[in-house]
Write a protein that binds this ligand. Sequence first.
Ligand code: AMP
Ligand code: GLY
Length: 418
Amino acid sequence: MNILLIGSGGREDALCWRLSQSPSCEKLIAAPGNPGMERWADELRPIAAEDPAAVVAMAQDIAADLVVIGPEAPLVAGVADALDAAGIPCFGPSGAAAQLEGSKGFTKDLCAKYDIPTAAYVRTELMDEALAALDDFSIPVVVKADGLAAGKGVTVAMSREEAEAAIRAAGDGPLVIEEFLGGEEASLFALVDGRQCRFLASAQDHKRVGEGDTGPNTGGMGAYSPAPVLDDTLAARAMMDIVQRTADAMVDEGTPFRGVLYAGLMLTETGPKLIEYNVRFGDPECEAIMPRIAGDFAEMLLAVASGDLAGMGEVVLETATTMTVIIAADGYPGTPRKGGAISGIEAAEEDGAIVFQAGTAKDGDRLVSSGGRVLAVTAAGETLQQARDAAYEAVAKIDFADGFHRSDIGWRELQRQS
Ligand code: AMP
Ligand code: GLY
């Protein structure tokens, strides 16, 4: 089949790499892509990825049998709807179904209506109502601005004063006030084709920029897969009580979900509860997960896109554990320094690691940085410790003077295992 892959980050580089290995993939076009994806795609093409008409036109131009959309913005913009209308199979949900990520209020209301386990909440658009609602919650309490905030609209307030300050800072506008859930966090990734759901993998990422999970939030500084805290029993329970119920609910609401559902879970004493949904792969979780998937990945995504998951078996995972370490540009998550020279990728890959690229660009023959998160160095191992050692050995071979990385990815889990 001919595949059009939309996106340009480390996540899409990993998807591109994995799709290029699928026996059923004949032609792979990445748009707009990045220099890393040049290694696996047949061609890169520039595109306005959030313009539905532009994506449809390109898909028609290459006679795409499948369009795979990496990031959330094109999904929220309705790119999948336009592809649907044009009769082109798309891996990624409609704009209406993408509200599972785009609107926290939408998701909370869906959970309430269909008995999907999540934190108790109040949803309001008025600052005064939000302030008054604090009476109904104990401390800590969580304040969330609605809409796509890339994880930056959330305050876990350790005092009433902090909660009030967060509400006042947000002002009038869509807000969710939520019960604080204690426990371990884990992410679950599931393929959903409407009603059919398949567990894909678990993972855990590190969102804070600093060692020991300190400092400002980022898109993610590293990840590993699987997340052992989400054992088989808990994963099966989360699939049944959370993912399947959500898939059924979306069908019943007339907005079926199609694509990968990324559930951020809190493993509480009373079972897994939903913290949030994303409607796409995580980045860098995707870089960690892709090397674990066995079989024809393109076939799998086409089955999701065409509502055909029932005909597919369970997703087979390699037993290996993987770890991804992000190398970011100095300044990230603020203003990253751009144009720094990068070398050593070949050396880093000598022992089996893969260096996925995110914010990179070509400057003549040189590879330079062009964004916040620059490289996603990924390695596998029989154990998390082995995967970690291999990933950091590879990181050490990369020469990128303007970059930095965290040296403690996986620390909590490694500590638990030791
Ligand atoms: P979100 O953007 O909703 O994923 O929230 C970002 C982070 O805030 C999560 O990864 C959690 O660490 C934390 N968080 C969000 N909601 C809750 C909650 N109800 N209880 C405890 N922690 C939460
Ligand atoms: N790594 C977190 C995310 O992709 O949202």
